[in-house]
Design a protein around this ligand. Structure first.
Ligand code: HSE
Length: 297
């Protein structure tokens, strides 16, 4: 018995929701094929598109799969083939796609002993391996789809959030690698009270805007006091891209996850297309290669 899975890319943080908000992209992702095998344990039998370890204990998909099987023991095992399309260090959840895909697929082959929400904690083990930090804001939307909020980490409490029909996400990925661990290293350990007040006002407002389809409110909330001020220097032409996105009608724009990808949220596909072509011009001019993706939310 086998399963073939699309493992979606994701945008974490969404500006104000550092480590708690994320959304799932439906147009970009990896593929994975998982085979049930008579031999117990987990094996990574094939990796295409990336140079990654095949030792399951050193591979994010392997570690996540082993975490699940630690709680649900079986006398058979799983062989995993990974076809990477999301580049490592892109800021759109490459490691999360692998971790989430592995636990999702194995859970299906086991006839779903776990709810999707419960799979998040296993997939987080992959994130821990990849970045040294078990954040869930990429794996949660990869598993649940749409927008998700990690309400709490201890205990883990993941909530799926409704979003308006016309909302589109644009992502531009300059073809440089930025490791999450490096872009976490520039952050400050404490947040001044004034900035914290602004941040939680925006998180609450963004969730309210998503539920009430209030696009203006969504746009007013896409600001980040916590990570963007420190991370933007790591991303080529960040301010210019952001300004062009806003000029072309984006509701808001910011760093996708830990970068270097930049995202913009837009109302309607035609605005999303205008934003995608506007921001492409900036990287064309400075001679940086890039990929752009447009996705419904
Ligand atoms: N919330 C994480 C960070 C996402 O910003 O470091 C990493 O993809």
């Amino acid at each position: 018995k086998s399963i073939r899975i699309f493992c979606p890319a994701t945008i974490a943080n969404l500006s104000c929701g550092f480590d708690v908000l994320g959304l799932c992209l439906d147009t970009v992702g990896d593929e994975m094929i998982i085979h049930k095998s008579a031999e117990p344990g987990v094996r990574i039998t094939k990796i295409e598109g990336a140079n990654l370890p095949t030792n399951p204990e050193a591979n994010v998909a392997g570690v996540a799969a082993l975490a699940l099987l630690h709680e649900w023991q079986t006398d058979f095992g799983f062989d995993i083939e990974i076809y990477k399309r999301i580049k490592a260090g892109s800021g759109i959840g490459s490691s999360a796609a692998s971790a989430a895909g592995a636990v999702f697929g194995i859970n299906e082959l086991l006839a779903r002993p776990f709810e999707k929400n419960e799979l998040v904690k296993f997939a987080m083990k992959g994130e821990q391996l990849a970045s040294g930090n078990a954040h869930a804001d990429n794996v949660a939307p990869a598993l649940l789809g749409g927008f998700t909020l990690v309400r709490g980490y201890n205990p883990l409490d993941v909530i799926r959030i409704e979003s308006p029909d016309e909302l589109h996400a644009v992502v531009i990925h300059p073809q440089i690698e930025l490791k999450t661990a490096d872009s976490r290293a520039v952050l400050q350990p404490t947040v001044p009270l004034k900035k914290a007040i602004a941040q939680w006002g925006n998180v609450g407002g963004l969730v309210a805007g998503l539920y009430t389809s209030d696009y203006d409110l969504i746009g007013r909330c896409l600001h980040d006091e916590v990570a963007e001020p420190y991370r933007k220097a790591l991303i080529p032409a960040f301010e210019e891209i952001k300004n062009v996105a806003l000029q072309q009608g984006a509701l808001g724009s910011g760093i996708s996850g830990s970068g270097p990808s930049i995202f913009a949220l837009c109302k309607g596909l035609s605005t999303a297309k205008a934003v995608a072509s506007g921001i492409s011009v900036v990287y064309d001019r400075i001679g940086l290669t890039y990929e752009t993706h447009i996705s419904t939310v």
